[in-house]
Design a protein around this ligand. Structure first.
Ligand code: ATP
Ligand code: MG
Length: 576
């Protein structure tokens, strides 16, 4: 019997206002009350148990933060266990990526890295125990027949003709399964529970199947592999996990896990289920993410538009922003979808504090200051952060020829346009006020290619001598000093809020956002940015947050990924 009472605690309130929001949750309450009542006797042990068949995504981050967070909070430990029971879909590259991502997110399993495959011998021994006790049998039915005999939610299943084999016969056949005498799919080992159970998981579930496939860790040692349902609960038990926290779909499997643990009379973790994270404008299942990669809708698992941790990292997300997001969403018993805007909000809050400011021009337009002496250079000292003097300053070179943003000039401006236009003045951030005197066009195309301006020398870094007010402030770079860069403007990968839930168009791929990536190859950034190490993050003034690409950026040819715009541009417009 499960020695714990049912999970009755309700979700407690999640304070919602501002920074101080501490979400307490029903899992925390259960653990606290277990500790009070003396069970578990020793310290709390949790685990994060990914299957190494893909990269971790933001949903996994929720589980990681929860498991490691609860262990830390209660003075316990959290294991990392790779649930590698399926040799067909698993690879060691995934296992390595998982470890890197968990570490990046800021969690440490110390020396507690485990693999379900390390327990294969022990699990096999558990299976033998069940056979000897008359609780498991070898079945010769084909996979199709097993499915057919299983019955439905409304009809009971039928017993296999092999169900009443003797213990000796079962031991012999199982030994021969292990010895490799039989082809894939020809036999399985099943638990002998109840073919009429209302819970389909209890209708003699398969424990072992034959798979003549090498395993990425155990090589050719095994040709039978335990099913996830036979491996998972026992692995938790072997590790002495006290609180086995998993997502809601395992609620119906809990009676089966209980049955195995009870029959085997081994340590019984308490299983607690919570609702998985779903995010708007995002697909989260590993199968779909793998499809996006294989079909080249994205540029790999680490494409900055992917909800994978490696993708978010390449996009410029900070581990702190992701942890903050996981803290704010809390933990509940009921499925829901979280607005991806909240994730972006957490990111902006973090970067607003931590990202140094820089100037960058994405669509350059040449601006020549005709009354500024040729060959003269000056430098302006600009703060790296407007509110944080401790973040220091950097020098920005200024000269006669500059680039400004094409968007910051309009020939025929509407009334409330405070940027540059013919005859009008604007402040160049940190530098001088300039007035636009003349517009130069390309003779063939008519396109504006250069602005001729004059500057007011008395306006250096402050109000001009006559005290007149100039409203607009724009960013700029010095043409001779700026570094050329590529900038990739990323946007949401899907146009639909729920890409998998559209009845008219169930194929989520039809909802891919065709404008999720725009590449600008002719950008100019201030010289400081040429030296930025990969993964460093900045706020480009007036434009958004950007991060140096970790794959393609090089000092001579920097590449920046747009991490986020300054404000949520989807909040109003995004209801596609
Ligand atoms: P997917 O459905 O995306 O393929 P999975 O559940 O098969 O994911 P696992 O590697 O088995 O992936 O997951 C490892 C752990 O992460 C499990 O404990 C699982 O419950 C948890 N997890 C997976 N997806 C989410 C999610 N969206 N929200 C919260 N936890 C999740
Ligand atoms: Mg799973």
């Amino acid at each position: 019997m499960n020695k714990f009472p049912e999970n009755t605690a309700k979700q407690e309130t999640t304070a919602s206002s501002g920074e101080e929001a501490v979400s307490t949750n029903f899992i925390r309450s259960i653990i606290a009350s277990d500790l009070k009542s003396g069970a578990p006797a020793k310290k709390v042990v949790t685990r994060f148990p990914p299957e190494p068949n893909g990269f971790l995504h933001i949903g996994h981050a929720k589980s990681i933060c929860l498991n490691f967070g609860l262990a830390a909070e209660f003075g316990g430990v959290c294991n990392l266990r790779l649930d590698d029971t399926n040799p067909i879909k698993e690879e060691s590259t995934y296992a390595e990526a998982i470890m890197e991502d968990v570490r990046w997110l800021g969690f440490d399993w110390e020396n507690r890295l485990y693999y379900a495959s390390d327990y294969f011998e022990q699990l096999h021994e558990f299976a033998l125990r069940l056979i000897r006790a008359g609780k498991a049998y070898v079945d010769d039915l084909s996979p199709e027949q097993i499915r057919e005999y299983r019955g439905t939610l409304t009809e009971p299943g039928r017993e296999s003709p092999c169900r009443n084999r003797t213990v000796e016969e079962n031991l012999d056949l199982f030994a021969r399964m292990r010895a490799g005498e039989f082809p894939d799919g020809s036999r399985v080992l099943r638990a002998k529970i109840d073919m009429a159970s209302g819970n389909l998981n209890l209708r003699d579930p398969v424990m072992y199947r034959i798979l003549n496939a090498p395993h990425h860790r155990t090589g050719d040692v095994w040709c039978i592999y335990p099913m996830y349902d036979f491996a998972h609960g026992q692995s938790d038990s072997i590790e002495g996990v006290t609180h086995s926290i998993c997502t809601l779909e395992f609620e119906d499997h809990r009676p089966l896990y209980d049955w195995f643990l009870d029959q085997l009379e081994i340590h019984h973790p308490r299983q607690i289920e919570f609702a998985r994270l779903n995010l708007s404008y995002t697909v989260m299942s590993k199968r779909k993410l793998l499809e996006l990669v294989r079909e080249k809708h994205v540029d790999g698992w680490d494409d900055p538009r992917m909800p994978t941790l490696t993708g978010l990292r390449r996009r410029g997300y900070t581990p702190g922003a992701i942890r903050d997001f996981c803290r704010r969403i809390g933990v509940a018993k009921r499925e829901s979808t979280v607005d991806v805007g909240l994730l972006e909000h957490c990111l902006r809050e973090d970067l607003n504090e931590s990202a140094p400011r820089r100037m960058a021009v994405l669509n350059p337009l040449r601006l020549v200051i005709t009354n500024y002496p040729e060959g003269r250079n000056e430098e302006f000292e600009a703060p790296n952060h407007p509110q944080k003097s401790e973040m220091g300053t950097r020098k920005i070179p200024f000269a006669r020829e500059l680039y400004i943003e094409r968007d910051d000039f309009m020939e025929d401006p509407p009334k409330k346009y405070f940027r540059l236009s013919p005859g009008r003045e604007v402040r160049l951030r940190y530098a001088y006020i300039v007035r636009c005197d003349e517009v130069i066009r390309d003779e063939a195309t008519g396109e504006v290619v250069e602005l001729r301006c004059t500057y007011d020398p008395t306006s250096r870094g402050g109000a001009p001598a006559d005290g007149r007010k100039v409203k607009g402030i724009i960013h700029w770079v010095s043409a001779a000093h700026a570094v050329s860069a590529e900038v990739r403007l990323y946007d949401r990968l899907f146009r639909k809020e729920n890409p998998t839930g559209d009845r008219q168009e169930p194929d989520y791929r039809a909802h891919l956002n065709p404008d999720s990536l725009e590449v600008l190859t002719d950008c100019r950034v201030e010289p400081e940015l040429g030296k930025s190490p990969q993964e460093s993050r900045y706020q480009f003034e007036r434009l958004g947050y950007f991060c140096v690409d970790s794959r393609d950026s090089a000092p001579a040819n920097p590449v920046f990924n747009r991490t986020a715009t300054l404000r949520d541009s989807w909040a109003k417009a995004g209801q596609a």
